[in-house]
Design a protein around this ligand. Sequence first.
Ligand code: ADP
Length: 437
Amino acid sequence: MLAVMPPAPSQNQTPASPGAWTLPAGLAVALLAGGLLGWLLGDRAAWGVAIVAMAETVLLLSRFRHVTQSMMPAPASAPTPRQERLLMRTRRLASNLRDLRRTASQLPDAVVLMDQDEHVRWCNHAAETLLGIRLPEDRGVQLRQRLQASELAGWLRQGGEREPLHDTIAPGKPDSQISVSLLPFGRRQQVLLARDTSHVTRLEQMRRDFVANVSHELRTPLTVIHGYLELIDPEDAPALAPVLGEMRAQSKRMGQIVEDLLTLSRLETQHRVEDERVPMAPLLATLRKEAEAISQGRHTVTVEADAALDLLGSPKDLHSALSNLVSNAVRYTPAGGGITIGWRRDDDGGATYSVTDTGYGIPASHLARLTERFYRVSSSRSRGTGGTGLGLSIVKHVLNLHQARLSIDSEPGRGSTFACHFGPERVLPAGGSRDES
Ligand code: ADP
């Protein structure tokens, strides 16, 4: 980061003094950090870099002014050529700073420059609108005190390595939501960045409502169609038997897609689960039976449970997620393959549930996208086995609600392992009663 701007070099000072090195290296690190943060906050690396550059310029100029002022001769004496050059540079810097400030003032994101104790030094127009701070009145005021009544103050108080705060109410514009992050720079100084996310949140809500409403509307007609199809006896019209069979299968699949979409809508709007003890021994036995039922004797199903542990969470949602993995393992493993359901204690006090198969496997390039809705490695294989393309998405949402993590290890032609890692807070010694949880 910027060292104190060294005074102009004396005649016998070499150009590569240590002070000269700290400027570009520190600046590069700060710009990199700014870009990274900007990128993390929403693909705006260029803004991150621009904001850090501005902040650096403000600092640089104030130090530069200080040094040059102290060096200015008494008004009476004529400036030396060196002093004149210095003056010119200062003016150029001041003009650059004015341009940068004007640009920063117009940014749609709020930018607040603060010292190490979070006292406000400068902010742009968006910060005045979104955070409700005013310059010059709030210059020198501690931000967390100024925003005392908001969630932001609590977040600022956390200090240290706090994560960005998402979708909190904007203190200066209560009908808007903002995402906020802090970028440290210079000598324990910080830039607070806040972005209005109301529009994105509204769009996201509209998308969720639309999917939920469409699914709900489709449910009834599909049930009716399915019901009538079940009433028709293929023996009454043998020529139509294959068509009837296909219609039944497709209406069943549509019904399953609708149910999965409704499950996803519910999971998306849910922020927490009602915690209950989920006894793992009987659940593992059920999962094994389910695997055998789907497999119809075509695979070997094994359970390896060496942990006498239960889970804490929603029994229905956990069953749905864990059985989805079992069903996938069976469906994506050719006949003669093996499925192993594992449940083991982890070193950190948590536990891992895993399903390993010896099936088709998944090329590495697909792994990162598997939990997206309707993402399939092979559409024909998925549809052929009755898949909806929503299973892993449901698994991810259920695990998120239980603060758990999904890991996928797979090799084409050899098989896959899908593992759910539960933290210690979600794990209980096996066998207690439900009330104990
Ligand atoms: P689907 O209903 O299509 O199975 P999922 O969301 O459960 O949808 O899975 C998404 C995709 O991930 C599947 O279409 C399949 O390509 C791949 N996949 C999931 N589990 C496995 C597995 N055990 N082995 C190979 N591929 C798998």
